[in-house]
Write a protein that binds this ligand. Structure first.
Ligand SMILES: *Cc1c(COP(=O)(O)O)cnc(C)c1O
Length: 396
């Protein structure tokens, strides 16, 4: 196998790049994958080497070969200037905010944001003296009216966590850049394979790698990709300053996960769409929230900007009492009930956004359930939900 440089990788197509990136058998004693390198101390050969701080690795908190391999592979997928890896997706949301903001700055955040990100804004950013204004995810370039002289960044997420509103990221980025503000985006739903966020103008692009990257519900990890070398420097120095190194086993598992991610995503996209359409045809379902469905309000934006859909969407049930919803979800054989997603297994999660929206109203018209479709056979998944709907009817 001939050694391929990072530039050389560019001549290959995306799937090939995901398989090739961040692998150098010469550096791995001939093995296909990089070794898991554990360690705090790095020893130096001489006083001069130590004084010059020139070794490839300096200390455990500053990186190691396993993490290097992952960062390289992620950077090839993201197409930016550099990636940092964090020990959770939540930290990947909060780290770039800490990197970008100072006391006295103003931040715009989508009202449909992942709830723990909102919690960080209300607590830590509040104490830091950062002012936060929430915006309607459908605002588009109307966001201009919310800018203040001290607006430093806009935090976006598309589609919205749980509620799946699409955002016009390129339009928001045009306004923000004209005002000298940075655009952050939580791009976990689409991953860089289905939405090229940097090309759309996103400066700092976030992934909860816990989801499709790792892909097996066995790792907590997050990543942030910077669009420009200057932003990467800022991000990297904040990462180093905070000491948020990810364990090498987790870096290794994430790297292992992304090798098969294009295949898993392709399969899960199709299965998710099939389940979404099947649910649209059910009597018990009022609405399916999935931007890849032609009648979804976000479909035009999704079609314009995204190249695929992942397997997470929500349904709104026709009004039903609590006991009937419980009868539906309690005894499912294949769908677990729980947070997180992006693994190989299917999940349901009842939710209600109304308690934490501040500038938009959440009035869905019935009980809401978020659904993640895994890699099971869709016919089995349909039968499982069909039995659930029959239990639900019996409990009405
Ligand atoms: C899960 C999730 C996160 C956080 O990831 P963790 O690894 O669970 O901390 C962030 N953003 C979105 C959209 C998520 O779904």
């Amino acid at each position: 196998m001939k050694k391929v440089s990072l530039e050389g990788l560019q001549r290959f197509r995306e799937r090939t790049r995901v398989v090739m990136a961040g692998r150098d058998p010469e550096d791995s004693y001939g093995f296909v994958n990089p070794p898991i390198v554990r360690g705090s101390t790095v020893v130096y050969q001489s006083l001069d080497e130590f004084m010059a701080r020139k070794a490839r690795y300096m200390y455990g908190t500053l990186g190691n070969p396993t993490l290097d391999a992952l960062e390289t592979a992620l950077n090839v997928m993201e197409g930016g200037a550099g990636v940092v890896v964090c020990p959770s997706g939540l930290l990947a949301c909060t780290l770039p905010l800490l990197a970008a903001l100072s006391a006295g700055d103003h931040l715009l955040v989508t009202d449909s944001v992942y709830r723990p990100t909102r919690n960080f804004c209300a607590t830590v950013l509040g104490r830091m003296g950062v002012e936060v204004t929430y915006f309607d995810p459908l605002i588009g370039d109307g966001i201009e009216a919310l800018f203040k002289p001290n607006t430093k960044a806009v935090f976006t997420e598309a589609p919205g966590s749980q509620s799946f509103e699409m955002q016009d990221i390129p339009a928001i980025a045009r306004v923000a850049h004209a005002r000298g503000a940075l655009v952050l985006m939580d791009n976990t739903w689409a991953t860089p394979l289905f939405f090229d966020s940097h090309k759309a103008g996103v400066d700092l692009s976030i992934q909860a790698g816990t989801k499709y990257y790792a892909g097996h519900s066995d790792v907590l990890v997050g990543t942030v990709s910077a669009r420009t070398p200057e932003l990467y420097k800022l991000l990297r120095s904040t990462w180093e300053t905070l000491g948020v190194i990810v364990a090498p086993e987790d870096a290794f598992l994430t790297l292992r996960g992304i090798r098969t991610m294009p295949l898993r995503l392709k399969e899960q996209e199709q299965a998710g769409l099939e389940m979404a359409r099947w649910l649209q045809g059910r009597d018990e379902v009022l609405k399916v929230l999935h931007p890849a469905l032609p009648d979804d309000p976000g479909h035009a934006l999704w079609k314009r900007d995204f190249t695929g859909a992942s397997s997470l969407f929500s349904i709104i049930l026709k009004p039903a009492p609590h006991a009937a919803v419980a009868a539906l979800v309690n005894d499912l054989a294949l769908f677990g009930m729980g947070a997180s997603w992006g693994g190989y297994e299917s999940l349901v999660l009842p939710f209600d956004c109304s308690a934490y929206r501040t500038v938009t109203e959440w009035k869905p018209g019935g009980p809401c359930i978020r659904i993640h479709i895994g890699l099971e056979d869709v016919e089995d998944l349909k039968e499982d939900l069909d039995a659930g709907f029959r239990r639900m009817k019996a409990a009405m």
